[in-house]
Design a binder for this molecule. Structure first.
Ligand code: ADP
Ligand code: F6P
Length: 319
């Protein structure tokens, strides 16, 4: 394989730039040329692409966001869109492709592979909701961002003897919520994987108040939502002043952590090594400390165990 493409797709994540850099530099090191495709599958369909050289990726390892921009492309969900994508690859001389994104992006990568464009998926999403890897690119940075922000909220909530209800990202998954709850000493965490009971939360808060607990952090995953209503109900039923804060897209930005930069660099390199061998229709993941790759369709069928022990830990150490 002599010429490959790279794109980022779906929600952006810190570390995507480090992955792009590793793809570009590894490919050039191996004597390949690299085409950077802007705005995900949209750029592929619109011909929004350019040849990258080693300097195209200078000084991006430390930056959040994605140099190649990201987008969602409805057309690519239809067979006709995929066929146009295949045609666009052929026209641009792209023999293999690296797609950095989430599950949806993996489906597009599988479709391209099925039509003869070997494509490798790299897990780029802050949510960590990709079953074929223990960790996704961007997750560690997002959790650190949440931790720093919740620490700031704790300062003010402590000064006023208040309860802070904090909504974190994770539409379908509570990985950010549970980990940040442990890291920030939250009294409760509400996430899509677990049932919750507001009466029990309120009773626990009242019992903790009796033994001297003055301020409270409650983490709510985006998939649960209703943070404002929860804060109002807590205030109404406990008499403890409560404020809701939705952290929002600030969690998707910022300079990637060392873990995300290293993971992204390793995965970008691994993807090009597969393409060099003519291997496509794979996604890259990490299991423990080892990089692995799976067939895309098999990867999409996998499920990811929820860490019940970590969830239970929040209950034990937050009284
Ligand atoms: P993520 O990749 O982060 O899960 P999306 O689900 O929005 O984000 O998917 C990103 C893009 O991947 C979509 O806009 C679309 O272009 C492509 N995609 C999503 N689902 C499919 C599908 N079933 N078949 C082909 N392409 C898809
Ligand atoms: O990247 C994943 C994610 O952050 C989800 O947790 C969130 O629901 C979603 O993206 C929001 O994406 P957008 O606002 O870009 O549509």
């Amino acid at each position: 394989m002599k010429r490959i493409g790279v794109l980022t797709s779906g929600g952006d994540a810190p570390g995507m730039n480090a992955a792009i850099r590793a793809v570009v530099r590894t490919a050039i090191y191996k004597g390949m040329t690299v085409v950077g495709i802007n705005r995900g599958y949209n750029g592929l369909l619109n011909g929004d692409m350019y040849e990258m050289d080693v300097r195209s990726v200078s000084s991006i390892i430390q930056r959040g966001g994605t140099k190649l921009f990201s987008a969602r492309c409805k057309e690519f969900k239809e067979e006709a869109g995929v066929l146009r994508g295949v045609e666009a690859c052929r026209k641009a001389g792209i023999e293999g492709l690296v797609v950095i994104g989430g599950d949806g992006s993996y489906r597009g990568a599988g479709d391209l592979s099925r039509h003869g464009i070997p494509t490798i998926g790299l897990p780029g999403t802050i949510d960590n909701d990709i079953s074929s890897t223990d960790f996704t690119i961007g997750y560690d940075t997002a959790m650190n961002t949440v931790m720093q922000l919740v620490d700031k909220l704790r300062d003010t909530s402590h000064s006023h003897d208040r309860c802070s209800v904090v909504e974190v990202m994770g539409r379908d998954a509570g990985y950010i919520a549970v980990n940040s709850a442990v890291a920030c000493g939250a009294v409760e965490v509400l996430c899509p994987e677990k049932e919750y009971n507001v009466e029990e939360i309120i009773a626990k808060m009242q019992a903790s108040r009796k033994i001297g607990k003055q301020n409270f952090i409650i983490i709510v995953a985006e998939g649960i939502g209703h943070s404002q209503e929860l804060a109002e109900r807590i205030q109404r039923e406990t008499g403890i002043e409560a404020r809701a804060t939705i952290l929002g897209h600030v969690q998707r930005g910022g300079s990637p952590t060392v873990r995300d930069r290293v993971l992204a660099s390793q995965m970008g390199n691994y993807a090009v090594n597969l393409l060099e061998k003519g291997i496509g229709n794979r996604v890259v993941g990490i299991r423990g400390t080892k990089l692995v790759d799976y067939d895309i369709q098999e990867a999409l069928k996998m499920t990811k165990p929820f860490d019940d022990d970590l969830y239970d830990l929040t209950k034990v150490i937050s009284i």
